[in-house]
Design a protein around this ligand. Structure first.
Ligand code: FES
Length: 233
């Protein structure tokens, strides 16, 4: 059996296997820490920082930091909630997000976090970057306006030889998500669906299946993000 450690989140004591990432240890103990780029069992990317917590007084990404014995984690403070809200606002102004016309509306983690943190008018100016769309592959439509560069697709969607079907190109302002046309031509139906599903926004769309879930039945129509966990800040 793996060694257990004791740690606290907002003063409450919990246990978890030594080395487990804070975000997963928190979820296993019923505590919600928001994530966008993180997925359990994927190599952490630590790119979005929405999971920022204080660990022994220092700001850390909960998805890249393992729990340790005696660790004190703060998750629900006004300062951290405002940092998360600011990150959501930043992601909204960096891309071009028009929720009412988005196929992922109601199933989008970024939109759900916008509601959760009661985002109204972002504190940052909109960038209105011009981003090209890509509809050249048989099953996938890449809506780059909505990409938040979480890298989930790059890390998870691979062909039979473990080659990534998605990849980033460029850097800084020219950074964009791309799809390998040759590999994408052989994508299975399941892979295409999975790619759309794991994208936390509406940047990866399975062609011909937009808006199939009626309003009222979508993932976040009835419950807010993270509400499946008992301690939800
Ligand atoms: Fe931790 Fe993105 S969820 S950095």
């Amino acid at each position: 059996m793996s060694e257990k450690v004791k740690f606290t989140i907002d003063g409450k004591e919990f246990t978890a296997p030594k080395g487990q990432l804070i975000v997963d240890a928190a979820a296993d103990n019923g505590v919600y820490i928001p994530v966008l780029c993180h997925m359990r069992d994927l190599i952490p990317a630590g790119s979005c920082r929405i999971c920022t917590v204080k660990v022994n007084g220092r700001d850390m990404a909960a998805c890249t930091t393992p729990v340790d014995d005696g660790m004190e984690v703060q998750n629900n403070t006004d300062e951290l909630l405002d940092i998360r809200k600011a990150i959501v606002e930043m992601l909204f102004v960096e891309g071009n997000h028009f929720c009412p016309s988005c196929e992922k509306s109601g199933n989008c983690d970024l939109q759900a976090l916008g509601y959760k943190y009661q985002m109204m008018v972002p504190r940052f100016p909109y960038a209105f970057e011009r981003r090209e769309l890509d509809a050249t592959t048989p099953k996938i439509f890449l809506e780059r306006n909505r990409c938040i560069f979480c890298k989930r697709c790059v890390r998870l969607i691979k062909d039979d030889e473990s080659k990534s079907i998605f990849a980033f190109k460029g850097r800084g302002k020219t950074l964009e998500i791309n799809i390998d046309r040759k590999l994408a031509a052989n994508m299975s139906e399941e892979q295409a669906k999975k790619a759309m599903e794991i994208c936390p926004v509406g940047a990866i769309l399975r062609k011909e299946v937009g808006f199939i879930e009626p309003i009222g039945t979508r993932k976040y129509d009835k419950v807010s993000i993270g509400s499946d966990l008992k301690i939800n800040s």
